[in-house]
Ligand binder design. Structure first.
Ligand SMILES: Cc1cc2nc3c(=O)[nH]c(=O)nc-3n(C[C@H](O)[C@H](O)[C@H](O)COP(=O)(O)OP(=O)(O)OC[C@H]3O[C@@H](n4cnc5c(N)ncnc54)[C@H](O)[C@@H]3O)c2cc1C
Length: 453
């Protein structure tokens, strides 16, 4: 009897890039052509752009956790765990399963799509006192934490404590930070109706960024509109300012101000997943340097894309430009890399990835939004329709679409419940714990496991 050995394609990461890639491989490759496996710590694809709406309670966490198992057609073997190292010489990916067991997964082709983690700097106290906005657990934690502050302030008779509990600091004026600050400010603003003992004048949100402009991708006019909306709503926006140090009960800004607060949300950019460093290959600002076909030069069968890779931006004239870390690119790169993987299996030519940016949508909570789809500048309700319509259409399953639409409707009609679930109140709550940044092996440890020299 002949035993047919199928090439094994291993995809790492079930985010925008990884899931699009796997789905296309499943559709276009016959079951006899290749064996497909996906390494992912979670059994869902997280729709990250709607995370601020989970933090602010507009959406439930489940509604943006899109199932990986909602079809009988899906035939990929899902390995529940995280990749902690890759040896490209030995063609081995080291995986820590969710049980803690460490196993070697051999591959013929590997697609690296582990995304990014929150970028931090060496600022005293930051790692221990800041929370990010990158995982579902972080969003749920931040929501509980903010509601806790309202509850504690409401119950306290100590004026200083009430004031400190009701100040909140968000660092990062990109879309993630701006949406987070705007959506959460709305939550605390609406709380006044349900917390009659709270003095609304004490609730204060700070949004700070070291850059001179908020969301520069929006352009000057729309950026100013966003700034105006936030300031009108009482959010204190400080540009050209960062954090000098952070402590559990206060944050010091670089302009010398000391803010008594128990809430520091850090969204000042992203860095490629630490998995990339384990390859010991060339990087561009931490992202794996790949060709426009998304291949690692010098190593057959290694592809990387999304936030983790520096994919040349062929749609721009600028030399050395790389695609920005956005879902818009990651999804399209996912499809394209699948075509290139198939091309190599079938001995065909790979093609370069080219995509011209379609713009940006920013939901600021309530009826406030600014958007720039295809270069058209919108604000207010038309921008909100563009933002929500875009995200709704981009959700992958009908069930996820239904959950999100129902949540939007319900929240619009009934408002927030201010329920503090307490699920995570006793678990560690640092960026490290949420994003597993210390889980990875060094290149030497990987070589020891795989036996390569
Ligand atoms: C709050 C927020 C708002 C945003 N808003 C927008 C927006 O409006 N528009 C836009 O275009 N982009 C937006 N982005 C950016 C966008 O979400 C990312 O660029 C996009 O998710 C990148 O896709 P990816 O597949 O590379 O990574 P991800 O979607 O992050 O997926 C990576 C996956 O890999 C998994 N993973 C991580 N490490 C490992 C490992 N070691 N082993 C196995 N699996 C691993 C993760 O669990 C995750 O499932 C936003 C991001 C945030 C945080």
């Amino acid at each position: 009897m002949d035993i047919v050995v199928r090439p094994k394609i291993l995809v790492v990461g079930a985010g925008f890039a990884g899931v699009e890639c796997v789905r296309r491989l499943e559709r276009k490759l016959g079951p006899d052509e290749a064996e497909l496996a996906l390494v992912t710590p979670f059994s869902y694809q997280l729709y990250l752009p709607l995370l601020p709406q989970v933090a602010s309670g507009v959406l439930t966490p489940q509604s943006i956790a899109v199932s990986l198992r909602r079809s009988r057609r899906y035939r990929t073997r899902i390995i529940p765990g995280g990749a902690i190292g890759v040896d490209v010489k030995a063609k081995v990916c080291v995986v820590r399963k969710i049980t803690g067991e460490i196993v070697n997964e051999h591959y013929d082709q590997i697609v690296l799509a582990p995304g990014s983690v929150t970028r931090t700097f060496d600022i005293p106290g930051l790692a221990d006192n800041a929370r990010g906005m990158k995982t579902l657990a972080e969003a749920a934690y931040v929501r509980d934490h903010v509601i806790s502050q309202l509850d504690i302030a409401d119950a306290s008779d100590d004026e200083a404590e009430r004031a400190a509990r009701l100040q909140f600091v968000v660092v990062g004026g990109g879309y993630a930070g701006t949406e987070t600050a705007a959506c959460l400010q709305r939550l605390t603003h609406n709380a006044v109706k349900r917390y009659p003992r709270l003095d609304p004048r004490l609730i204060k949100w700070h949004l700070i960024d070291i850059a001179p402009k908020l969301m520069p991708e929006l352009g000057d006019k729309l950026g100013s509109s966003a700034l105006e909306i936030l300031r009108k709503r009482g959010i204190e926006v400080s540009l050209g300012v960062s954090i000098a140090k952070a402590a559990p009960e206060e944050v010091t800004f670089t302009d010398g101000r000391v803010i008594p607060t128990h809430t520091l949300i850090w969204t000042a950019g992203v860095a490629a997943s630490p998995l990339i460093a384990t390859l010991g290959a060339e990087t561009v600002k931490g992202r794996l340097a790949v060709t426009s076909e998304m291949c690692l030069p010098g190593h057959d069968g290694v592809f990387a894309l999304g936030d983790a890779a520096a994919v040349p931006d062929e749609a721009k004239d600028t030399d050395g430009a790389v695609c920005p870390p956005t879902a818009q690119h990651a999804m399209r790169q996912g499809k394209h890399v699948a075509d290139n993987v198939i091309a190599t299996l079938r001995g065909q030519r790979m093609t370069p990835y080219v995509h011209k940016d379609l713009g940006l949508v920013v939901d600021l909570g309530g009826l406030d939004a600014v958007s720039k789809p295809l270069g058209v500048e919108l604000k207010g309700v038309p921008a909100l329709v563009a933002a929500r319509g875009y995200h709704w259409a981009a959700l992958r399953t009908g069930v996820a679409k239904a959950r999100v639409a129902t949540n939007w409707l319900l929240n619009g009609l009934a408002g927030d419940d201010f329920v503090r679930t307490g699920f995570q109140s006793r678990t560690p709550a640092t960026l490290r714990d949420f994003e597993y940044t210390n889980a990875y092996l060094t290149p030497e440890q990987i070589r020891e496991r795989t036996g390569t020299v």
